[in-house]
Design a protein around this ligand. Sequence first.
Ligand SMILES: [Zn+2]
Length: 241
Amino acid sequence: MKSDFIKLLDAQTIDIEIDKLMKSKNEYPKEIEKMKQEINDLQNALDEKESRLIEIGKTRRNIEDEIKAERELLSQKEKRLLETKNNKEYTAVHNEIELARQRIDSLETEDLELMTEQDILIPERDELAEILKVTTKKNTVSINEIRKKFDSIESDIAAREQKRTHELSDVTNTRVLSIYNRLRKGKSGLAVAQVDKEKLTCRGCYKQLPPQKVLEVRRSQKVILCESCGRILVWDSRDEE
Ligand SMILES: [Zn+2]
């Protein structure tokens, strides 16, 4: 027959498991959210590069059209230059040609800059798309695993609560029980602490216990609290039998 104190110790072990499950239950949605966010962020970064590439493509086509048109005008002007009749007219056409050449030059420079940007962006986009693919696959697997665990948590908790209630159902000392319940709600959630049999310390706070106190705990006749951490001290004699 287990003593009341040993029952408390076993109930506490189950309670700690329940606490852990409750914590996971709160953590799981956050973990799922984090993994979804990671996919979203990658998708957004990819979309950004994709739309910049589309924009560059459009601009480059416009520039190329403009260069073509400018070149046609230039060749017309070059023909006109040959047909000029005086110096004044020659200088004017010559200046127009110079301006057209400068315009073509600056368009070609702009086009070259865009092409350079394109050359950098394309491999970046491809790499990002690959990372997105791998991350989506990996995170989807993890999310599904977490969802499964999350779905079974309720029943895991219920099963343990039942076990715990059963463990405490025949605790005869109601005072012990109320102390246990009160301490459980306290800061650390731990109500019971075993006595370290070799060091004769409280395993809750590692403080040395007076030999007389240890003797009283071993007798299990009454509730003995650790003076330092306030927990119910328990001597687990099961491995001695
Ligand atoms: Zn203690």
